[in-house]
Design a protein around this ligand. Sequence first.
Ligand code: FES
Length: 280
Amino acid sequence: MNKIVSKKQLSADVYEMTVEAPLIAGARKAGQFIIVQIDSDWGERIPLTTADADTAVGTITMVFQAVGATTHKLALKEPGDHVENILGPLGNPTHIEKFGTVVCVGGGIGVAPLFPIVQAMKKAGNTVKVITGARTKELLIFEDRMRRFADELVIVTDDGSCGRKALVTEPLKEYCAGKPKPDMSVAIGPPVMMKFCAATTKEFDVPIMVSLNTIMIDGTGMCGGCRVTVGGETKFVCVDGPEFDGHAVDFENMMLRMRSYKEKEDEDHHKCHVDLGLDN
Ligand code: FES
């Protein structure tokens, strides 16, 4: 059982929740994830990333979007309530080294897991240029946190309500076309965003790491739910990833697999709204 210490609503559907988890706080590294089960042995297991941790007090901070039945239920929990189980840290940490200049791109909720990577890349001595994007100003998160670590921060929104009216690929392309070009790039966000970030960097021969956010069940390599094709080989995101060479990922196949449960998810989402009295 993990006690919820604080909860903050970052935007319409996005929440930041800090919970007691001293062992995970001490062990987690940038790029790793956790699996959360909110209320019973039979509850759904959802993969989330830790956006931050405080080893002194033994807490981790997770950022999640209330998009499905379980995340809605999690969003309704309050400080003092408990989360039944948190498993982690899982997956491989991000490969951090002094590359030189690293461009980090985050879209939507993907900005949260990008934050520890930005911190770690900066700590390793890199010049870190960050691009964060959202559909609109209200959905932008982590601006202050990013400003503390980024050498440059470019904010873009689809509607121009904050920063540049552009997709994240526009400033990414400008950075890649600059001289000298970046030595490394990282992208975390919706699959389609990562797909186009990979295509943009490939044009300039800039390497890119992407963190894949597939469906996960056990998180330990046994169920096969998270399988993806990378460089023509089958990989499991939970044990082989979650980060992969973005130029080698078959994004079409990944997006097709992620859509296979859409109908069922929509059904559960609607049922959850009715059960929780969120539909008026
Ligand atoms: S989540 Fe089951 S194999 Fe990866």
